[in-house]
Design a protein around this ligand. Structure first.
Ligand code: DQA
Length: 165
């Protein structure tokens, strides 16, 4: 039996304070609420979800390294690291599965310093501005990308011997 494929959800600095931190921007739900929702959506699609939150850039870099060759895809809300953490950019560039960048708020509609994302160039796509719904949307988008990638791998290997042509 094939092992259940895994999605890695990464949460950057200050996201541990969701529910208490600027609820007018980030909402009332806690990070645990969002992770529960993301896990349920992943499970429905047949994926396991692992979650790592850290306020430290190095921990996130290490988690991305540990995902290489093991995890099907990554959803990352890098928090403020989005805007300047080139080490996270480089770690993601060395990951070979699909990557979805996620934000609760819409950083492009906020302070000018939030308009730059160093993660966007290495992400397959970005979901921003939909609040907690973004967890649902980003997992669904990632699952679609993972399924497409898995299908391509099977095609690369050619048809199953004796299988339908
Ligand atoms: C955020 C947006 C970032 O600009 C900010 O620093 C965060 C949260 C979001 O989810 O909207 O910490 O990533």
């Amino acid at each position: 039996m094939n092992p259940v494929p895994t999605i890695l959800l990464l949460s950057g600095p200050n996201l541990n304070l969701l529910g208490q931190r600027q609820p007018e921007i980030y909402g009332q739900a806690t990070l645990a609420d969002h992770v529960r929702r993301a896990s349920a959506v992943a499970a429905e699609a047949g994926y396991a979800l692992e979650h790592v939150q850290s306020n430290t850039e190095a921990d996130l870099v290490d988690a991305i390294h540990a995902a290489r060759g093991r995890v099907a895809g990554i959803v990352i809300n890098p928090g403020a690291f989005t805007h300047y953490a080139w080490a996270i950019h480089d770690a993601l560039a060395a990951f070979d599965g699909p990557i979805v960048e996620l934000h609760l708020s819409n950083p492009r509609g906020r302070d000018a310093w939030r308009h730059t994302s160093v993660v966007a160039p290495v992400a397959t796509g970005t979901i921003a501005g939909f609040g907690g719904e973004g967890y649902d949307l980003s997992i669904r988008a990632l699952v679609g990308l993972c399924q497409a990638a898995a299908g391509e791998q099977i095609e690369d290997r050619g048809p199953e011997p004796g299988g339908a042509s």
